[in-house]
Design a protein around this ligand. Structure first.
Ligand code: FAD
Length: 352
């Protein structure tokens, strides 16, 4: 198993429940220094009360957390307790660099090369999330900008932007949260997005959730790159968003055409001066280490059947595409283990 975030821990829990022994039958490898998956790296102002709905892992509820505490701390503590409770023995920091086909006596196995040795495995659950692959679009003039450019993955919280003119790029939940936090500190904020944002009033009921997941599922079945969740669900409106829209913080401009040394500019002559460009432009699946397996289609994604890579039944991707949410990751962990049990039923179980 590669990755000990929500998806990896869920899969590890189900492996344990199915009778697989940690270290003997499976290992969990993670390159982060501590428990917490990507949550441990999220900015301090992203409090537990601010996240959209974090589902507990299977078998142990996260209860009584103080909503004012950073989600990075709350989730890291919860994951650490979870790993201890179920004795998951995550090995860290272990960086997985390459997964390839075995040869000779290992020809049935996958070879997992890491910073801490090599494993040969009959099945692989890849749960590496997206945090390690921030997506930065390229725009003409970007290298000439004299101010600061950073991505959501490096966002430090709002205080650093005091008195500065900040352009936030991106129409997702991170972009809107950055704007609402930064606006009270900054000299000015400007929001630019490729497509007009779609704000969604009313509760996000199960039916809408299922429809959104089905859309992403269909894409990965075809081998296309997964869409971001917000692009299918829209931005949920709460009181803070309503207020920010009313006072102009979420007035959006279309994407600029180029970056200048002192800001951003549109072909119609409009320009905005800026000290900072904050790219809230999302993340891509962190799956470069799987490249030797040649699972990618010309569409750029991996063609999936449920959690299984269509081209290699030994490889499962959890937390990928339709399962890239805490609830989706939980379900994917269970589904992957069910299939792997079937796959290994005629063989001695060994899962990396
Ligand atoms: C800012 C932000 C806020 C979010 N808020 C919510 C929310 O409120 N509710 C919700 O449901 N979802 C939310 N999501 C999405 C959510 O984080 C994920 O769907 C879920 O937590 C991801 O779990 P994961 O296990 O797939 O990935 P991660 O938590 O990213 O875990 C992946 C793990 O794999 C490890 N790893 C990666 N590559 C390697 C490698 N090569 N070798 C070894 N280890 C590796 C990493 O160290 C990491 O520990 C949010 C996402 C972001 C970016």
């Amino acid at each position: 198993m590669i990755g000990a975030g929500q998806a990896g821990l869920s899969a590890a829990f189900h492996l344990r429940r199915a009778g697989f022994e940690p270290e003997g039958d499976f290992v969990v490898l993670d390159h982060a220094p501590r428990p917490g998956g990507a949550w441990q790296f999220r900015w301090p102002s992203l409090t537990y009360g601010n996240v959209h709905g974090m589902h507990s892992l299977p078998g142990m509820e996260l209860t009584g957390a103080d909503p004012a505490r950073p989600s990075a701390e709350v989730v890291a503590e919860y994951f650490a307790a979870y790993e201890r409770t179920f004795d998951l023995r995550v090995r860290r920091p272990v960086d997985v660099r390459r997964v390839s086909e075995g040869e000779g006596e290992d020809s049935e196995r996958l070879i997992v090369e890491t910073s801490d040795g090599v494993w040969a495995t009959r099945a692989l659950i890849n749960a590496t999330g997206t945090w390690d692959r921030p997506f930065w679009p390229r725009y003409p003039g970007q290298e000439t900008f004299r101010g600061r450019q950073l991505h959501t993955a490096q966002y430090p919280g709002p205080e650093e932007f005091a008195g500065q003119r900040v352009v936030v790029v991106g129409g997702g939940a991170s972009g809107t949260q950055h704007l609402m936090e930064i606006a009270p500190y900054a000299a000015s904020t400007t929001w630019v997005t490729r497509r007009p944002p779609v704000f969604r009033e009313g509760p996000f009921d199960e039916e809408r959730g299922r429809a959104a997941v089905a859309l992403v599922e269909e894409r990965v079945r075809q081998g296309l790159t997964p869409l971001s969740v917000v692009s299918v669900t829209g931005l949920p409106v709460n009181d803070a968003i309503r207020e920010a829209r009313a006072n102009g913080v979420l007035d959006r401009l279309p994407m600029f055409d180029r970056i200048t040394p002192t800001g951003v500019a549109w072909d119609d002559g409009h320009a905005v001066e800026a000290d900072v460009i904050l790219w809230a432009t999302g993340f891509r699946a962190a799956i470069d280490h799987l490249a030797p397996l040649k699972l990618r289609t010309p569409g750029g994604g991996i063609r999936m059947e449920g959690t299984r890579a269509a081209l290699d039944p030994r490889v499962h991707l959890v937390g990928y595409g339709p399962s890239a949410s805490t609830i989706g990751a939980n379900r994917a962990g269970r589904a992957a283990v069910r299939e792997i049990r079937r796959l290994l039923s005629r063989e001695a179980p060994v899962v990396a």
